[in-house]
Design a binder for this molecule. Sequence first.
Ligand SMILES: *Cc1c(COP(=O)(O)O)cnc(C)c1O
Length: 419
Amino acid sequence: MNSPLALLGGEPAIRQPRPHFSWPPITEQSKQAVADQLAESVSIYDRSGVVAELEDALADYFGVRHAVLMSSGTAALHAMYAASLIEPGDEVIVPAYTFFATATPLLHLGAIPVLADCDETGNISVTEVAAKLTPKTAAIVATHMWGIPANLPALRALAQEHHLPLLEDGSHAHGASLGGQRVGGFGQAAAFSMNGPKPLSAGEGGFVLTNDDDTYFRTLMFAHYNKRCRTEIPSSHQLHRFAVTGAGLKFRIHPLAAAFAFEQLSHLDEYLAGRAHIAKLMCDELQELPGIEVPRIPDKHQAAWYGLPLTYVPDELGDVPVERFHQALLAEGLSEVDRPGSTCPLNQLPLFQSPAVLLPHQPEFAQLHYQPGQFPVAELVHRHTLKLPVWHREEDVPLARAYVDGIKKVVEHHHDLKG
Ligand SMILES: *Cc1c(COP(=O)(O)O)cnc(C)c1O
């Protein structure tokens, strides 16, 4: 067949060698911050040095009373759930569509992750959450998928009405906001990852935010035994006598990671503003195309643009399957266009279909068997999501435009992909 599409023998739209995107930005200043920390200390046992500086800066940035650093987002979620007094047999409503670590720590507390479907935005549906409430519900959890804020006001109202804690997994959404208020401070607590590609990166790391003193003390008890518990939990507090051992786990961040993240945090708003500019530029052009839907962000909301999730609409493009459309984009040299794999509806993962195989000591799980097909909206959204990176530097605008042009080209020639 004679077609300009690169998949069918034509010239690719982009010839620039890959990768086309890298994160986090590593500058001379970030190298210096790590080198300085290396000279200062590489283990911090208490809340001092860069650990105290970064926790103070995070609490200030997010407008909360307490920030506690952790070794990862997964560890932060684990500590947040334990500190929220999630117990064996409790049901915790979590998004069906999220990264699995939103839910996996619950399995280690013997709690049942009750999956709730998303709406067409990809974020947890408030109606679905309401439909999943039972007398055993112990908390409601929201993830802000790809950095787009979930409907926190409605979730908070629902949680308050049922006297349940609202918890956030903010791992995609550092600095995203609703009506001027940053995500991470809407509920009883929030957990964030600072893993490599996250909007705020430590390389590896995470943190818990809370306004509630007892949640803070229990977070320390679960994840930061000895010095931190001894000095930060008042001796009059009923938990203080456990301070030496805590609950026995240690989820401390590495000081070099904290130093790196502290330097990154000082640029976060500038990076987010750059991303917002480029995301708008891409969305303005892409929304004109048939077959491609861009996320609609309400006026007063700000996304962190961890990614730009496009929705492919095959019936507007002659029912070309998403797999073939994606192949055509890759062939055009748009190597960063991703169909997310491990971030998928949790019912598609073996751990949520048969948790008892890996976690046999939890009797609660013998009856837990999620199956494909149970979360139709999440499964459809996931199937048709094409995720683009969002660059933040002005010098990347031509590349962002080249991605837009590559997508336009494949849309224009989609007839050639049929049959
Ligand atoms: C990355 C991520 C996590 C896990 O964080 P780690 O730092 O990799 O342990 C949890 N939830 C979401 C939504 C994430 O994106």
